[in-house]
Design a protein around this ligand. Structure first.
Ligand code: ADP
Ligand code: NI
Length: 222
């Protein structure tokens, strides 16, 4: 038996196989291992909350199967694939609807334009779990990997971070990687929904501040 009995369910096991295949060629920051860390974070947080663990696990597993950044900005691909997969496996309609809503509403950029109307405990848990993977040591690694994938400079002293971006500005911003810390990563700890998530975020946030201090010391010569 696994640490979390929900992971022994046959639907969850099929979902894991499906997601691993879907993400086989993904960029390292949005690959199966990211999804797996989000699943672990989400189940750890859910342990302290009243939540439906099947929805938490399915939402975490399916949240990044077709991120719009990698699909020409199309935000409908991921939810549609998840819906089709769950229907094929005869999941109940209520469960399918909830998981699809989670995938539609989890992303950071969608939270920027105030259009995120759907709310649920399970969404909040998975969103915290996803945000935790965007900060701390892993967050730093993911950020630089994404910058490398987009061939962006680490830092450019002539380009200041853009704060308070709208969703559209955020999507088209081709910021140097260090700017992304100020544009998103350092803002996340104050946007956590759950107490467990908030506590975990504090430690990861402090680690990023230390990293930035050292980065600038080395950049400008100690
Ligand atoms: P979401 O997918 O939740 O809308 P993002 O688009 O911000 O969130 O992307 C998720 C992760 O991808 C970020 O946490 C970061 O690691 C990486 N990423 C996204 N945009 C950038 C960027 N401009 N520079 C560096 N990393 C980025
Ligand atoms: Ni994610």
């Amino acid at each position: 038996m696994t640490k979390y009995p929900i992971l022994d369910s046959s639907l969850i096991k099929s979902t894991i196989g499906f997601v691993k295949k879907k993400l086989a060629d993904a960029e390292a920051g949005h690959d199966w291992f990211h999804t797996h860390r989000v699943l672990n974070n989400a189940l750890n947080i859910a342990h302290n909350e009243e939540a439906n663990l099947e929805i938490v696990a399915l939402g975490a597993l399916l949240h990044d199967i077709a991120d719009s950044k990698f699909h020409d900005g199309d935000e409908t691909v991921g939810p549609a694939i998840a819906q089709e997969f769950l229907e094929k496996h005869n999941a109940g309609q209520g469960l399918i609807d909830h998981v699809v809503q989670i995938i539609n509403n989890i992303s950071y950029k969608n939270s920027l334009d105030g259009n995120s109307v759907f709310e649920s405990k399970e969404l909040f848990i998975i969103r915290d779990a996803d945000r935790l993977d965007a900060i701390g040591a892993i967050g730093i690694a993911r950020c630089f990997n994404y910058g490398g994938y987009k061939n962006r400079p680490f830092y450019d002293p002539d380009i200041p971070p853009k704060l308070n971006m709208t969703k559209e500005e955020y999507k088209s911003a081709a910021s140097p990687t260090i700017n992304h810390f100020y544009e998103k990563l350092l803002l996340l700890k104050d946007k956590m929904h759950t107490d467990t998530g908030r506590k975990m975020a504090e430690k990861r946030h402090a680690y990023m501040l230390e990293f930035l201090e050292q980065f600038f010391q080395e950049w400008y010569g100690e």
